[in-house]
Design a protein. Structure first.
Length: 442
């Protein structure tokens, strides 16, 4: 028997050379791969565009199964009207994912014997700098303490906005109306009722869904005004069988967004790792994230990307254009306030939370900050020079290369927990042969 899934606001289920002349904060090299959300099976994606008390929330629906069994219950801070709800473009979330995903980049060592000068042992540049019901049913609903505040359709969805006085009454109402919610729902619904929150309830209109020609459900968007800057996740845990991944893309005109009731830390970044990882980047990032997650006690939110949407360095995908930003919920670009700010004043923070009921017992509470420091999850490959090296600088280079490759192996083992000997077996260490002492005598 299929189970209709009840969720929180998120869930249905979750170049050249070393460029030595370049500025210290710049990047030079080739972008080669990214770690996007396809790495995770149990994952959800949410976009939050917020300025002041105004919020546009976009929820990606990753529901797997017959759409006739789809259902969603989302706690919301206010009663939403028809014009405050929209069916979004799924490609926008894909674009945000591609733009902000942790990335792998590569450099190529120059010829150490070029101009017969000693090879400068420099690290890759690092990032930094500033940066409808009957009367009888209505009577029954009131007896349960449930009120249907609004009822409307948007695209392929039929929407109800409910208020409730009692969690058991709300659970009973949902079951009577065909929502097969998990056991214990009333306990998780109770805190939201105490906070006087409303409930956004969605089902699929099958006739309208058939007209869309989409294979999957499109994301739902809602626009509202509330001082609460939060994301309920507890209801989604009723369906969880294990750890779930949540990716939140927060768009703000100010700067980075943080979670206040859990620690927010940066994902390990700007590390040099062996070049064989190029063909194993997905495995690398999965292992690296799990290691970082465990070392932080499984109770943190990771920043994977924080950048002004006007640029990227390197670009794993082009920045979103104004129309794409509007579809993402950014409502301030054409406002008078935006005209008094720098051009394209959209700052994106990508937060990655892996959680269970035990590790994240509270909903996520956010705050905007004025921190505009630039950060990205970036992992660096430096390809050794493999041509002929018939100079002393070449020998010096090969000796330094051995040390560098050993360090890269140790770094990779520390980041991922992989066996150091297996890592070393995949690395092509140079065989350093000394130059005859008389070669440079005459």
């Amino acid at each position: 028997m299929k189970i209709i899934r009840v969720i929180s606001t998120i869930f249905i289920t979750v170049l050249l050379s070393l460029c030595l002349a370049q500025k210290a904060w710049g990047f030079c090299g080739f972008y080669v791969a990214k770690a996007d959300t396809q790495l995770y099976n149990q994952s959800s994606q949410v976009v939050i565009a917020r300025d002041g008390d105004r919020t546009v929330l976009t929820m990606a629906n990753d529901y797997q199964g017959d759409v006739k069994d789809f259902a969603m219950v989302v706690p919301v801070p206010v009663v939403l009207q028809r014009e405050q709800v929209n069916v979004g473009d799924p490609k926008i979330i894909e674009r945000l994912d591609q733009f902000s995903a942790p990335r792998l980049v590569e450099y190529f060592d120059p010829d150490p014997c070029a101009d017969n000068r000693k090879y400068p042992e420099t690290a890759a540049p690092r990032l930094g700098g500033p940066r409808s019901g009957t009367r009888a049913r209505n009577t029954d609903d009131r007896a349960l303490g449930v009120t249907v505040e609004e009822r409307f359709s948007v695209g392929e969805y039929n929407i109800l906005i409910l208020s409730a006085k009692d969690s058991r009454g709300l659970e009973t109402w949902l079951r009577r109306n065909g929502y097969k919610i998990p056991r214990g729902a009333n306990r998780l619904l109770r805190p939201y009722i105490r906070q006087n929150m409303k409930f956004f309830v969605a089902k699929v209109n099958l006739e309208e869904f058939d007209k869309t020609a989409y294979q999957r459900l499109r994301p739902l968007q809602m626009a509202y005004e509330s001082p609460r800057f939060m994301l309920p996740i507890r209801l989604g845990m009723m369906n969880a069988t294990g750890e779930q991944d949540l990716i939140v893309y927060v768009l703000s005109p100010r700067g980075q967004t943080e979670i206040t009731n859990y620690r927010t830390v940066k994902i390990p970044s700007n590390t040099e790792i062996p070049v064989f990882v190029k063909t194993e980047f997905g495995d690398f990032y999965t292992a690296m994230f799990q290691t970082a997650y465990e070392s932080e006690g499984k109770k943190v939110a990771f920043v994977e990307y924080a950048w002004n949407m006007a640029s990227c360095d390197p670009c794993s995908a082009n920045p979103l254009n104004p129309e794409e930003l509007r579809k993402s919920g950014v409502f301030w670009l054409n406002s008078g306030r935006a005209n008094r700010r720098p051009n394209n004043n959209v700052y994106i923070t990508r937060l990655h939370v892996r959680y269970t009921r035990d590790t994240f017992p509270e909903d996520l509470i956010f705050q905007e900050t004025s921190n505009r420091e630039l950060f990205q999850g970036r992992y660096i490959l430096r390809h050794p020079f493999t041509g002929e090296m018939s100079c002393k600088a070449g020998v010096d280079y090969q000796q330094s290369l051995n040390r560098r490759l050993q360090q890269e192996a140790q770094t990779l083992a520390k980041l991922t927990g992989w066996d150091i000997d297996e890592i070393r077996n995949k690395i092509d260490f140079p065989d350093v042969k000394p130059i005859p002492w008389w070669r440079h005598l005459w």
